[in-house]
Ligand binder design. Structure first.
Ligand SMILES: C[S@@+](CC[C@H](N)C(=O)[O-])C[C@H]1O[C@@H](n2cnc3c(N)ncnc32)[C@H](O)[C@@H]1O
Length: 227
């Protein structure tokens, strides 16, 4: 009797240990680097749409909560994120997206979408007058991530963001991955400089910290206009 109980106890503890410390293929292991490596594989409706998965979830929350009349996206690439946002707008029945790149390189599914308007020539040539009929505007800057582009876009486009809306600076995570030198300081340098001289915006910690401290590629990059 005693021997049977000992055997059962041994089997129980062995199963418990194996569940807590499972074999290699069943272990959980991910971090900022693995997320970054994986994000380049993301597509939306077959279109490359590299973005941190956490940020996708937050984007749809923000768009639903704000219901912006216009989303201005700087940096279109293949238009995966433009399509994602435009589809959400379709479901909500409200809003359009202007997306700006140096040149367009999008499939018909993006360029023919009734809620997407493509602009070429870079952010420098986008005419702010295009935004004047839209009362509620959200800006997403996802261009080169060079400091010069980040700060240039912040200066040019932050004034059009409506109070209560956001200016989202994408990919500040490159600073955490030690790649800032190639970007002349990157978005982090631009955000710090911008916030030093601008009291109209705050970093919205609700989104930055939703899944853990700055568990986003837009580290301190959800800038909310408060006045
Ligand atoms: C990270 S990709 C954008 C990804 C896209 N937002 C998405 O989610 O699929 C960066 C893009 O910024 C563009 N870009 C670089 N310099 C730019 C500029 N001055 N104005 C606008 N876009 C620029 C690049 O051509 C490239 O397509």
């Amino acid at each position: 009797m005693k021997g049977t109980r000992k055997l059962l106890e041994k089997a129980y503890f062995s199963i418990k240990r194996n569940l807590r410390f499972p074999p290699k293929d069943e272990r959980v292991h991910f971090n900022v680097q693995t997320l970054y490596d994986g994000h380049v594989q993301i597509t939306y409706r077959g279109i490359p749409a590299g973005r941190c998965p956490f940020d996708y979830v937050m984007y749809q929350m923000i768009i639903n909560d704000l219901k912006p009349d216009l989303v201005l996206e700087i940096g279109t690439s293949k238009g995966g994120t433009s399509l994602y946002i435009a589809d959400i707008m379709n479901i909500l029945g409200h809003g359009v997206i202007h997306t700006v790149d140096l040149a367009s390189n999008c499939r018909d599914i993006v360029s023919n979408h009734p809620r997407i308007k493509l602009f070429n020539g870079g952010w420098q040539s986008y005419d702010i007058a295009n935004t004047k009929n839209f009362p509620k505007i959200l800006v997403i800057e996802d261009a080169s991530h060079m400091y010069e582009d980040s700060i240039g876009c912040l200066k040019k486009f932050s004034p059009i963001v409506s109070v209560g809306s956001y200016y989202i600076v994408e990919d500040r995570i490159i600073n955490n991955l030690g790649r800032e030198e190639g970007f002349h300081g990157g978005p982090l340098r631009a955000i710090r400089e911008f916030l030093k001289s601008n009291n109209d915006f705050i970093v919205d910690r609700k989104y930055c910290d939703m899944f853990g401290k700055n568990a986003t590629f837009n580290v301190s990059g959800y800038l909310k206009r408060i006045k």
